[in-house]
Design a protein around this ligand. Structure first.
Ligand code: ICE
Length: 475
């Protein structure tokens, strides 16, 4: 990119690290680098413990389990097992939309918690948990299952939720699935994804079959959580392609469909970070192949459609071309409308474990340049998938702190920061346009052909809002 080279970015990294005392500087140094795609040894260190005292935007294992993987399954009740706060503060914040009647056959708007008191910590919460399961069975007869999501104290006091779940399951004739996702496990929410994948492996997959006959075009949509309706937008395209979406993991998800996913022919995985574990398990156990795809922005959608279609017969391949032909003019109209207003604008991205690399193409379709990309909790394999998406010399970083992000936003003179709620107001108050790229800032969907016009409108609205004339950026 213009004015951004490996050397200038390395100098910027040095200036950033100077903000820290020596010990913190040495610890943070390996977590940021100038991008040099194709070159070995330039990789960013990731998935390590946050340095105490350095602000982090990460979540915990419970967040990865309750909020991310289990929470979106609409027809189960998800019990936040432990003190009330974890459930309360993760209540309804992720915008994983569902279809159905709340409190009758879907439960995503409700919070179920065992509300631990001192006596539960001293004497254990197992009995209380068994009572809660019985109450759920009675009050919500259409609930298709219960997930039990451990908060920190449950592990600390050594409660055995697995035994309670097993007993309750038999007593109530209902899947009760224990998930040992105490928040203190691991270094971020990422381990919560993994633990949840493991509990799906151990308690869910293969326990049911689909009601009707399996077919040659049966697929599962893995790692789409229906944020702002994303999974619905993705599903539409896949169905137009001629595929049968038998299960969605886990956006607007149904537990019985997830349980029968071992019957599909191909797993299509959008969020690799949070669901690669189960894709691999299904491959090993049932021989189901899987592939990654990306439905952000017309360029990536077209490439993904062709790659998906290549796994099937001529009919599907022809359909892919028809779809691309049908939607290209519509997408071009969006690009024509917004690109002149956004061309050459610079953005800095910092989100969880997938979106930064997955959204780059959509920004580029609109003419934006991505000067820096980072993740909160990505692993090595995510960074490997990121280097090639980014221009040479741009900044790539891991588990950034607020002071680092501010430094980069200023020095790169960015026109947009795409990150989370904890970052949003820092930048907006500094006069820098911002989009919340976890919840889509109460907008969405952003996936698919339906999502791109919404995305384009939102990015334009953020950057070109006349309100910025009233606040001054510090550069
Ligand atoms: Fe994947 Mo917030 Fe995770 Fe997903 Fe990803 Fe992010 Fe987390 Fe959200 C995430 S890795 S941080 S499951 S970037 S909750 S895509 S936006 S929907």
């Amino acid at each position: 990119l213009d004015g951004i080279q490996k050397q200038t970015t390395e100098e910027l990294i040095d200036r950033t690290l100077e903000l820290y005392p020596e010990k913190a500087r040495n610890k943070r140094a390996p977590h940021m680098a100038a991008n040099d795609p194709g070159v070995q040894g330039c990789s960013v260190k990731s998935n390590r413990k946050t340095v105490p005292g350095v602000m982090s935007a990460r979540g915990c294992a419970y967040a990865g389990a309750k909020g991310v993987v289990w929470g979106p399954i609409r027809d189960m009740t998800h019990v936040s097992h432990g003190p009330v706060g974890c459930g309360y503060y993760s209540w309804g914040t992720r915008r994983n939309l569902v279809d159905g009647h709340q409190g009758v056959d879907v439960f995503s708007a409700m919070q179920f918690t065992s509300d631990f008191q001192e006596k539960d910590v001293v004497y254990g919460g197992d009995k209380k948990l068994a009572v809660i399961c019985r109450e759920i069975r009675e009050l919500f007869p259409l609930a298709k299952g219960i997930s039990v999501l451990s908060e920190c104290p449950v592990g600390l006091i050594g409660d055995d939720i697995n035994a309670v779940a097993k007993k309750s399951c038999q007593e109530l004739n209902l899947p009760v699935i224990p998930c040992n996702c105490e928040g203190f496990r691991g270094v971020s929410q990422s381990l919560g994804h993994h633990i949840s994948n493991d509990s799906i492996r151990d308690f869910v997959i293969g326990t049911r079959e689909f009601d009707d006959e399996p077919g040659p075009y049966d697929i599962a949509l893995i790692g789409d959580y229906n944020i702002g309706g994303d999974a619905w937008a993705s599903r539409k395209i896949l169905e137009e392609l001629g595929l049968r979406v038998r299960a969605i993991w886990t956006g607007d998800g149904q537990i019985e469909h997830i349980a029968a996913t071992h019957q599909v022919k191909l797993n299509l995985i959008h969020c690799y970070r949070s669901m690669n574990y189960m894709a691999k398990v299904m491959e090993e156990r049932y021989g189901i192949p899987w592939m990654e795809f990306n439905f952000f922005g017309p360029t990536k959608i077209a490439a993904s459609l062709r790659a998906i279609a290549a796994r099937f017969d001529r009919t599907i391949q022809d359909n892919a071309e028809k779809i691309i032909e049908k939607y290209t003019p519509m997408m071009q109209a969006i690009v024509d409308e917004y690109r002149p207003r956004l061309e050459g604008k610079r953005a800095l991205l910092f989100v969880g474990g997938l979106r930064p690399r997955h959204t780059i193409g959509a920004y580029e379709d609109l003419g934006l340049e991505i000067v820096g990309t980072g993740y909160e909790f990505a692993h090595n394999d995510d960074y490997e998938r990121t280097y090639e998406e980014m221009a040479r010399g741009t900044l790539i970083f891991d588990d950034a702190s607020e002071i680092e992000l501010e430094k980069w936003a200023r020095e790169y003179k960015v026109d947009l920061v795409g990150s989370g709620i904890k970052e949003k107001y820092v930048f907006q108050k500094a006069g820098i346009p911002f989009r919340q790229m976890h919840s889509w800032d109460y907008s969405g969907p952003y996936h698919g052909y339906e999502g791109f016009p919404v995305f384009a409108r939102d990015i334009d609205m953020a950057i070109n809002s006349p309100t910025w004339g009233l606040v001054k950026a510090p550069f």
